[in-house]
Design a protein around this ligand. Structure first.
Ligand SMILES: *Cc1c(COP(=O)(O)O)cnc(C)c1O
Length: 385
């Protein structure tokens, strides 16, 4: 399967049919597995024989998803988790110890920032936040105890981008692991491994499921690193359920088709928004006017489905645009077939301090849309005021 192209892997990699010869994957809803003999049980527990023991460790559906995602990201290994947050937490806790240091982009998913500031900090792991695109500030933040660079590129909601090749050169020079949350692009549009990333994090809740049905997460990387994270997960239990693994395995099969369609709708939406009197500024990487358009073009094969814009006026006007929408769902979720709209300052980024929001340019007049797969004319019609 190694030489197959992306879509073939997305559809065929990972799952092996049982003796029932089912064409679509079976669901293995079982907490544990039995052994042929006491000897076999002993061998499995001693790690002398491969095979399932207990679903907190392995499950065929979870493993199929892990193998398929590893194939798509191009990594040696992958571990699935119950959510995107547990993927991030397990990565940090699995690989770091007290006294070590993280340099992190300040423009990350709100809960990731909260996790770093409130929980990771409690374990005496220090965090320095930097501006995502500014390589010098990453460089100047490196300490002798720095272990991980953590970031999302492009960032959400504003679509800032860091040059991954430059950042990975810096991380390698200092023996630092480069961890990239690839949730917004997915491997269909960006393969961080090709630009030197060591760990690729996912909230599979978003585009990988793509239909808003369940929570899931994953970390892809070298066998050595993933094994360390796996040990953490086996002992702490943020396991992905077999059923959710089955759902997102199906999600992968249509991933690149869906991402292409999300990109097309997002670009049309961004172009339309640019010409509206109620819009002050549009943030979409696919527009040549976006300051990071060219870096994005070099390391992504598309610009994704997230479009943000600043309205004329403030929060009141932003709320008016949101409340005016009749079809587009008012929800903070993204990466769904359904278009969604939200006010980042009071939802996804509400737990940041005002100062943090200001530094991240999350202004009160900012609105974010995750362009879904409805007909673009209907999405646009819903935004007319
Ligand atoms: C949603 C999201 C997460 C968290 O994922 P959950 O599945 O909700 O736990 C992490 N990173 C990014 C970029 C996200 O959008």
């Amino acid at each position: 399967m190694k030489d197959n192209k992306f879509n073939t892997k997305a559809i065929r990699e990972g799952y092996q049919a049982t003796e029932q010869q089912e064409h679509s994957a079976a669901v293995f809803l079982t907490s544990s597995f039995t052994f042929d003999s006491a000897e076999q049980a002993a061998r499995r527990f001693a790690n002398e024989e491969e095979g399932n023991i207990y679903t907190r460790f392995t499950n065929p559906n979870v493993q199929a998803f892990e193998d398929r995602l590893a194939a798509l990201e191009g990594t040696e290994s992958c571990i699935a988790t119950a959510s995107g947050m547990s993927a991030i937490f397990a990565t940090l806790m699995g690989l770091l110890k007290a006294g070590e240091h993280i340099v992190a982009s300040r423009d990350m998913f709100g809960t990731t920032i909260v996790l770093l500031n409130t929980i990771v900090n409690k374990f005496n792991i220090e965090v320095t936040f930097v501006d995502l695109p500014d390589i010098d500030s990453w460089k100047n933040s490196v300490q002798t105890n720095t272990k991980i660079f953590l970031l999302e590129t492009p960032s959400n909601p504003l679509g800032e981008v860091v040059d991954l090749s430059l950042l990975s050169a810096l991380s390698k020079e200092h023996n630092i692991l480069l961890a990239v949350d690839n949730c917004i692009m997915t491997p269909a549009l960006q393969k961080p491994l090709n630009f030197g990333a060591d760990l690729i994090l996912h909230s599979a809740t978003k585009y990988i499921d793509g239909q808003g049905r369940c929570l899931a997460g994953a970390v892809a990387g070298s066998k050595e690193h993933i094994d360390e994270i796996r040990s953490f997960c086996r002992a702490t239990g943020p396991t992905l359920s077999a059923f959710n693994a089955w759902v997102i395995l199906k999600g992968l099969e249509t991933l690149s088709l869906r991402m292409k369609a999300h990109c097309e709708n997002a670009l049309k939406l961004a172009e339309w928004l640019q010409n509206q009197a109620f819009v002050q500024k549009v943030h979409y990487l696919g527009l040549e006017s976006h300051p990071h358009h060219n870096i994005a073009k070099a390391q992504q094969s598309g610009y994704g489905g997230i479009v943000s814009f600043e309205v004329e006026g403030g929060k009141k006007e932003a709320f008016r645009i949101i409340n005016n929408a009749k079809m587009i769902s008012i929800t903070a979720n993204l990466g769904d077939t359904k278009s969604t709209i939200t006010h980042p300052a009071t939802t996804t980024h509400n737990r940041l301090t005002e100062d943090e929001r200001r530094k991240s340019n999350i202004s009160d007049n900012l609105v974010r849309i995750s362009a879904g797969l409805e007909d673009i004319t209907d999405i646009i019609a819903d935004l007319k005021v």
